[in-house]
Design a protein around this ligand. Structure first.
Ligand SMILES: Cc1ncc(COP(=O)(O)O)c(C=O)c1O
Length: 382
């Protein structure tokens, strides 16, 4: 039996699978079980920002695995302390504490609880096309994927993205927080307009409403700065983080500002802040800083956009790019093109029915990106 067959028999399958078994990765490249290589523009859905098998991260994990992997939140820990300090050090101004968890959806789950705790209010205004995770709280803030699970949490409403008057009209005295992605990822790689973000921040401040920014996909150099919030010059009250933080090891974080006060017993997690994930995250952030990965992502992303736009095939409606968060919206369905691209040795994602999404490791070189462009142009040719 092949590995695919074994998964088919034993997995409680919830994913639309591609016929590909990946067994190894190094940098931007992954290999299948027949030793065919691919340029990986999925990066585990925006996880492997520092590349697969990053030696710095691998070394930190190996060392920590032999030292101490688990340490309950009731004790202090050396590696956790260093990560918390580092996270607050890189966070947008005004965010001065972090709660550690294990995934993106958990980070949003905690953010919802923290906002309710801080305000005593239960209503949230979120964006249409927004995605914040699959657990019941995070799903309540998510626009899609909810139908099968109603009733979800009450108090969540949705407004069109980038329309400030719609947001203003949706806010009330019962609103605890506004929840937004600075660049909608799953929703099709749709960046917020800078004026919109400024206005959202001003509106939240004016009305005393918290601003929760979901940087689970945009965080950690993906958009060409450590956080997309830095690009927009905004100061959220809560910033959610996960995906790339652990260099491949599961970890999430909720960064909080002065308006969110912690209290003993308000939340918790067995694995949250475990030293193994913390060591991986520390090594990941240090690698990003030492290699100026944000700057590299910005340069590579801009270069990609320039090259691609110069030769843009007719079936492309629009290219949307911020750093190495890239969406190519087609005038037709994206899936068939993703499959041909895979045959050509490039793995990419979708983001909605018509958008090809590229989230390559941020270590990608101009040469590797050149191959991606060449293959894209071949596959999308008329
Ligand atoms: C913006 C955003 N928020 C939340 C999530 C959920 O993260 P996780 O899959 O780690 O639960 C994702 C995952 O794709 C995401 O892109």
């Amino acid at each position: 039996m092949s590995y695919a067959d074994i998964e088919k028999e034993f997995a409680f399958e919830v994913y639309p699978k591609r016929d590909l078994t990946l067994v190894r990765g190094q940098g931007v490249t992954v290999w299948d079980d027949a030793d065919k290589s691919y340029i990986d523009c999925t990066a585990g859905v925006g996880v492997a920002n520092v590349g697969h098998g990053n030696p710095r991260v691998a070394e930190a994990i190996a060392q920590q695995a032999a030292t101490l992997t688990t340490c309950a939140g009731i004790f202090y820990n050396d590696v956790r302390a260093r990560l918390l300090e580092k996270l607050v050090g890189i966070a947008p101004d005004g965010l001065n504490r972090a709660f550690l968890c294990n995934s993106g959806t958990e980070s949003m789950e905690a953010a919802i609880k923290f906002a309710r705790h801080a305000t005593g209010k239960t209503e949230f205004v979120c964006a249409m096309r927004g995605f914040h995770g699959r657990t019941m709280g995070a799903l309540s803030a998510t626009f899609k994927y909810r139908d099968q699970y109603e009733p979800l949490l009450g108090g969540f409403s949705f407004v069109p993205f980038n329309k400030i008057e719609k947001l203003r009209n949706a806010l009330s005295d019962s609103t605890a927080a506004v929840i937004l992605e600075p660049v909608q990822g799953e929703g099709g790689i749709r960046p917020a307009d800078p004026d919109y973000m400024d206005a959202v921040q001003a509106l939240c401040t004016e009305k005393g409403i918290l601003l929760i920014v979901d940087e689970i996909q945009t965080g950690l150099c993906r958009t060409g700065s450590m956080f997309a919030s830095d690009r927009y010059g905004i100061t959220p009250d809560i910033l959610c983080l996960a995906k790339a933080l652990g260099g491949g090891v599961p970890i999430g974080a909720v960064l909080t500002g002065d308006r969110i006060t912690p209290a003993i017993g308000m939340h918790g997690s067995t694995f949250g802040g475990n030293p193994l994930a913390c060591a991986a995250a520390l090594a990941t952030i240090e690698f990003m800083e030492e290699n100026d990965l944000c700057e590299h992502a910005r340069e590579m992303g801009d270069w990609f956009a320039k090259q691609f736009r110069g030769k843009q095939p007719a079936r492309v409606r629009e290219l949307r790019q911020t750093g190495l968060m890239i969406g190519i919206e087609l005038k037709e369905k994206a899936t068939p093109f993703l499959m041909t691209l895979m045959e050509e040795g490039v793995l990419a994602l979708s983001a909605g029915p018509t958008v090809i999404r590229l989230l390559p490791p941020l270590t990608i070189t101009r040469e590797e990106l050149g191959v991606v462009i060449e293959k894209l142009l071949k596959v999308l040719a008329d």
